[in-house]
Design a protein around this ligand. Sequence first.
Ligand SMILES: *Cc1c(COP(=O)(O)O)cnc(C)c1O
Length: 219
Amino acid sequence: MSISENISQLKSKLPKDITLVAVSKTKPNRDILEAYNTGHRVFGENKIQEMTQKWEELPKDIQWHMIGHVQRNKVKYMAEYVHLIHGVDSLKLLKEIEKQAKKHNRIIECLLQIHIAKEDTKFGLDENELNSLLTSNEYLSMTNVKIVGLMGMATFTNNKEQVRKEFSYLKEIFETQKSRLPGLEILSMGMSGDYEIAIEEGSTMVRIGSNIFGERNYK
Ligand SMILES: *Cc1c(COP(=O)(O)O)cnc(C)c1O
């Protein structure tokens, strides 16, 4: 099936209130344009330089989401245009985003990444770190970043119950924080292999790449 057929079919299956981030990392502009031409505008990338090049070359009404691990020294390249940063996992990084957002006179929306997987290769905060970040004076005095939700990645496993447990744990943390901070609206969880479980467990935003664009070739 073509990219446009994949995206249409996927959208017809997703509940209306779920945001689809089409993950286009490693894929060429023509693939992104094929999805764009179906009316889709929300794309996700995991490398800042690659995303910035695509932003320069592609239509300006695309909303670019940074879904990968963010290096502080590269925030400046995306501060002008990035729509949502999913993988914020430290106060230090948040401070850099605040600084760069100020330079562009913007408020940059961010999600805090929570560590829910068993693998220790996946980045993210634990619940205590989340609490101390959200209640720190440094965060509370920031004016140009806005934390609008949480993001997490489940363990890469065929064990669906494991994945479900991890998503349900993240949803619990989300609800707890949301009752204190009404600005938290987005729960970004679910990829090609596990988005159906993620939606059942309360996801509001799914990040889907290979189901739309096909397998990736890392050279
Ligand atoms: C690559 C990536 C995705 C998409 O993965 P697929 O399995 O291709 O859907 C989602 N989230 C993050 C953080 C990614 O890096």
